[in-house]
Design a protein around this ligand. Structure first.
Ligand code: FAD
Length: 383
């Protein structure tokens, strides 16, 4: 029996545990620093067909249909004049049981957690030390408990302590000079947006996306990404983003960027700084990273969760088939998606009138160009 220790019960850690569950020779234990997995928050997540295909392998298609939504298109709008620029048919990449999906992030986590035996997840375990002993790895946690495993999978998110420990703090995420604003908005306040689609508004140093999160609540998810400089002190002040004064300052900045009917009806607003990865940390024989701990992208391609799922599946296949190609293959795919995420962010936030003009023409042409779409999206969504 091979023992697998997993640090972090997020999307990637829970998903890979579900894959190993079916393989008799492996025993998985997840160590999570929190007391529980938060299942209350109602914010949304987008999952493209590449990850839905993998999630279906562990029974995702059996989740009740009313808990999920399958948007048909992405409608692009210009913030300045609220006019539609173009639309992109994302359902083009769907098949009968594998559709682009939006849902509550908490519903996805609940499904991943409930598919595992309860004793697999050990809560209140914050990793403190990782030591290699011959072919095994010795983990020490804050509560002084130890665990010896044959494989270590580090999936503790963007600020990965596991990665800091194995890289001697050399690889740290960087601030993306932007903050994310999350909220929810009732369907009744969407004005004339098509509620079957994802609406993406682009503008000067800011873009936002509104999409449905299920078929029953009538609530829509709002996620905006605003260019915003923060001082070192502000970045180190963990409570800043909870402070009413800070949220009010951001809301003020948004006043001329979002229509007042939407801004005034946004509820549960939360802000947080967006951090991204710059470098990779190479896998060492039996220590691997997945999800945001492996690499975190700017959130402008909505691929973070999907890539966490894809990376987890690739690592699983590599371990059970005794292969050594996980790191190399993952790096090349991550680089491709990271470049596209950065290009999207640049195009969405353009302010120079000539660039805006070219972007809008480009969007009109490229969203209808099959060859371009096959290369830009198909390569990712059809993996
Ligand atoms: C604004 C924004 C919007 C996004 N929207 C989308 C979207 O629409 N679609 C999409 O695909 N992706 C989206 N993403 C990205 C996506 O949320 C992440 O890529 C994904 O959640 C990463 O999963 P993960 O398992 O790697 O990490 P996480 O989900 O962050 O989980 C990490 C887990 O590790 C635990 N942990 C942390 N430290 C320790 C420790 N020391 N010891 C033990 N446990 C620890 C944490 O408590 C947590 O449970 C978005 C990201 C942002 C910033």
């Amino acid at each position: 029996m091979k023992k697998i220790g997993i640090i972090g019960a997020g999307i990637s850690g829970l998903f890979i545990s579900n894959l190993f569950k079916e393989i008799p020779n492996y025993e998985v234990t997840i160590f999570e620093k929190k007391q529980s997995i938060e299942l209350e928050e109602g914010y949304g997540i987008q999952l493209s067909t590449n990850s839905i295909k993998l999630l279906n392998k562990i029974g995702f298609n059996e989740i009740e249909k009313k808990e999920k939504f399958n948007p048909k298109k992405i409608d692009f709008y210009e913030i300045k004049n609220q006019k539609k620029i173009s639309d992109l048919n994302i359902s083009e990449y769907n098949s009968e049981d594998c559709k682009y999906t939006t849902m509550k992030r908490s519903k996805l986590l609940e499904f991943l957690k409930n598919s595992l035996n309860e004793e697999v997840i050990k809560y209140e375990h914050n990793i403190e030390k990782i030591e290699k002993k011959n072919d095994q790895i010795n983990l020490t946690f804050n509560n002084k408990l130890n665990f010896i495993c044959d494989y270590l999978i580090i999936s503790d998110g963007i600020f990965s302590k596991g990665k800091s420990l194995i890289s001697d703090n050399k690889i740290q995420p960087i601030y993306n000079n932007s903050i994310a604003i999350r909220g929810k908005i009732p369907m009744a306040n969407l004005n004339n947006l098509n509620e079957m689609n994802i609406s993406l508004f682009v503008g000067h140093d800011f873009h936002y996306v509104i999409y449905p999160i299920d078929k029953r609540s009538g609530e829509f998810n709002f996620i905006g990404v605003l260019k915003h400089q923060l001082s070192i002190n502000e970045l180190n002040n963990y409570s800043l983003f909870e402070e009413k004064a800070f949220i009010d300052e951001i809301k003020k900045k948004l006043q001329n960027k979002i229509s007042s009917s939407i801004l005034s009806k946004l509820n549960n607003i939360k802000c947080f700084p967006v951090f991204v990865s710059k470098d990779f940390h190479k896998s060492i024989k039996n220590i691997h990273l997945i999800g945001d701990a492996f690499f975190a992208f700017p959130p402008s391609f909505a691929q973070g969760a999907s890539q966490s799922i894809e990376g987890a599946s690739e690592l699983f296949e590599s371990i059970i088939n005794n292969k050594t190609d996980f790191y190399r293959n993952r790096v090349s795919r991550v680089k491709m998606i990271n470049n596209r995420s950065k290009l999207n962010q640049f195009a969405f936030h353009a302010s120079n009138p000539i660039v805006v003009f070219l972007r809008n023409i480009g969007l009109k042409i490229l969203t209808k160009n099959k060859t371009f779409l096959e290369n830009y999206l198909g390569k990712i969504y059809k993996n």
